[in-house]
Design a protein around this ligand. Structure first.
Ligand code: ZN
Length: 159
């Protein structure tokens, strides 16, 4: 049974403690996703009803591997959300699934443009540090207007 299925009507006034681990499949990431879960999700949450909201507070933790956008090597990053706090409006009768909120909040804590320096498990310097930028000032995902360059390139392919 998914521990994140909560029926607000059955919550005791002092709230409910949820704690445990869920397998990496919890994150529902595709096989070929550059973000790869490398550990279970550890969670310790208190779920409380506050009027028209469900209030979640506690601790979430999981480890991922990401691909450095500079050297293309994988590195590990541990995400710890502590304190984790989230409010979910109770919009309908019945069970509310917290899965999506928990998943999103953890994945959003990962960097958009991962670099080796973001790694916090085995800190290391990026082997490509400095080289890539020097060779190509328009580092694709950092230069403003980079998208335009992509479209120009596509246009040229068409012609
Ligand atoms: Zn790197």
């Amino acid at each position: 049974m998914n521990p994140f299925q909560i029926d607000p009507r059955h919550l005791p006034p002092e709230g409910r403690q949820l704690s445990g681990v869920l397998p990496p499949t919890f994150f529902a990431l595709a096989e070929d996703d550059p973000v790869r879960p490398e550990s279970s999700l550890k969670y310790e949450l208190l779920v409380l009803r506050d009027g028209e909201d469900l209030v979640l507070t506690g601790h979430l933790e999981a480890e991922f591997s990401l691909e450095c956008g500079r050297c293309l090597e994988r590195f590990r990053q541990r995400v710890v959300l502590d304190p984790f706090a989230e409010e979910i409006p109770i919009e309908k009768e019945g069970t509310i699934d917290l899965t999506e909120v928990v998943r999103e909040d953890i994945l959003l804590a990962l960097p958009n443009f991962p670099r080796c320096e973001d790694g916090n498990v085995d800190p290391r310097e990026c082997p490509a540090e400095g080289r890539f930028e020097a060779a190509s000032p328009a580092a694709a995902d950092e230069a403003p207007g980079a998208d335009k360059g992509v479209w120009d390139a596509l246009d040229q392919l068409k012609n």
